[in-house]
Design a protein around this ligand. Structure first.
Ligand SMILES: Cc1cc2nc3c(=O)[nH]c(=O)nc-3n(C[C@H](O)[C@H](O)[C@H](O)COP(=O)(O)OP(=O)(O)OC[C@H]3O[C@@H](n4cnc5c(N)ncnc54)[C@H](O)[C@@H]3O)c2cc1C
Length: 381
């Protein structure tokens, strides 16, 4: 019997799930993707927009391109989700699926820290990265501060990559000597979820570049050009770059899909929720690990989880193969500037702790990240 699969969110998870389902299911089955934005944007490339190595157009693709493949695209705001009926209210209209895949990501809480959004720039949105590029071009020197505004945020590597890429950008422009570059993190060290070895390696990469690193600094407010931290210290800046805190999508509040944290609880191997036919994957989920921290919010996980869900849904609709399971493996490139990147990979479901290794920065890993970018943008959209 023909079914319809309703996918909420056209980010990494939604786009991969839609493609993977379309390639496995015959055309009688409908696949519908809903997103408020007209375009898919690749967040991993926003750092290159910040450094002027990419334009916004180079890292975006219209979502309606999916329609050429037989995937329906609905542009609109998901206002409410009713998992019992596998239904979403989009712009006042109820859309229903035989299956529902929730992949709405995490929202940025831009208002969480008083004064931060007004005083600083973020590379975490495409608009923010573009404006930051403009501010960097006007900068002639001074104190540049990068900070994480909460210990948990999207992509644990991003702020550390940002600091090293800014170092590289200033060197390329012959102005590194005129810039004092500092990184303040709310967390006690880089990429803590990957273990002490990876954390120390990434810290070493950052400090080797003359970037002053201050862990365990939770920002409380910004006033004028001064940052105040919870531990009583202060820092002055000429340019402030920040990673915003995140929060669960409001559309899911009170839906029964979320727990007291506001994030969606799933079976960590199948991404099934407690509602039959309803799955959730990517940043919107909260998957506790053995070390007490959640699985990091990263596109690599959203991607692999989407493949698992697509495979299993197609299988239930008459497809072949064994049930697929997400096993917690993941990898990321860590841009270090000057056309180099490190590479971290391992099993985040490892017991008693995630088993992750990091490889030294090289041109090869940077080329790997560029290839991945091209593959995502050309294969999926
Ligand atoms: C600067 C930066 C660099 C990164 N680099 C990497 C990297 O190198 N490697 C890596 O693995 N990960 C990286 N990440 C993390 C990665 O981008 C996310 O983990 C990934 O996008 C999560 O995918 P998702 O599908 O769960 O959510 P998203 O990709 O965020 O997609 C969610 C979608 O839902 C839509 N949406 C949300 N709410 C609504 C609503 N109410 N109505 C309609 N539409 C809605 C949004 O518009 C969005 O398109 C980076 C993130 C940032 C910010």
């Amino acid at each position: 019997m023909a079914e319809s699969i309703l996918i909420l969110g056209g980010g990494i998870g939604g786009v991969v799930a839609a493609n993977a389902l379309r390639s496995r299911l015959s055309r009688e089955h409908r696949i519908v993707v809903v997103d408020r934005e007209p375009a898919f944007t690749l967040a991993a490339s926003f750092l290159w927009v910040m450094t002027g190595d990419r334009t916004p157009a180079q890292v975006s693709r219209p979502l309606e391109r999916l329609q050429r493949k037989g995937i329906e695209v609905v542009r609109g705001e998901v206002e409410r989700v009713v998992p019992e009926r596998r239904e979403a209210v989009v712009g006042g209209r109820a859309l229903r699926g035989d299956r529902l895949v929730v992949t709405l990501g995490a929202e940025f809480a831009l208002d969480a820290i008083p004064g931060l959004a007004e005083a600083g720039h973020t590379f975490c949105t495409l608009g923010g990265a573009t404006r930051l590029r403009g501010a960097l071009q006007e900068l002639r020197g001074g104190r540049v501060v990068i900070l994480t505004a909460a210990p948990a945020y999207k992509c644990p590597a991003a702020p550390y990559e940002a600091a090293m890429l800014l170092d590289g950008d200033f060197r390329r422009r012959g102005m590194r000597g005129a810039v004092e570059l500092s990184l303040y993190s709310a967390e006690p060290g880089p990429m803590g979820v990957a273990g002490p070895e990876v954390s120390a390696a990434v810290r070493g990469m950052v400090e080797q570049k003359g970037i002053a690193y201050h862990p365990d600094h939770q920002i409380t407010r910004v006033e004028g050009r001064r940052i105040e931290f919870k531990n009583g210290t202060r820092a002055e800046f000429d340019l402030l770059v920040y990673v915003p805190p995140i929060r669960p999508p409001r559309a899911l509040a009170g839906s029964g899909l979320v727990d007291e944290s506001g994030w969606v609880r799933v079976d960590r191997e199948t991404m099934a929720t407690r509602f039959p036919g309803v799955y959730a994957l990517g940043d919107v989920t909260m998957i506790p690990l053995s070390i007490g921290k959640p699985l990091p919010r990263a596109g690599v996980f959203a991607h692999d989880q989407a493949e698992v869900v697509a495979h299993n849904v197609a299988r239930e609709l008459g497809g072949k193969g064994r049930e697929a399971r997400f096993d917690g493996h993941g990898a990321c490139f860590i841009e270090t500037g000057g056309g180099r990147a490190g590479y971290g990979a391992g099993n985040f479901y490892g017991e008693p702790a995630p088993a992750v290794k990091v490889r030294r920065p090289s041109r090869l890993w940077h080329a790997g990240k560029v290839l991945l970018e091209k593959q995502i943008l050309w294969q999926w959209l």
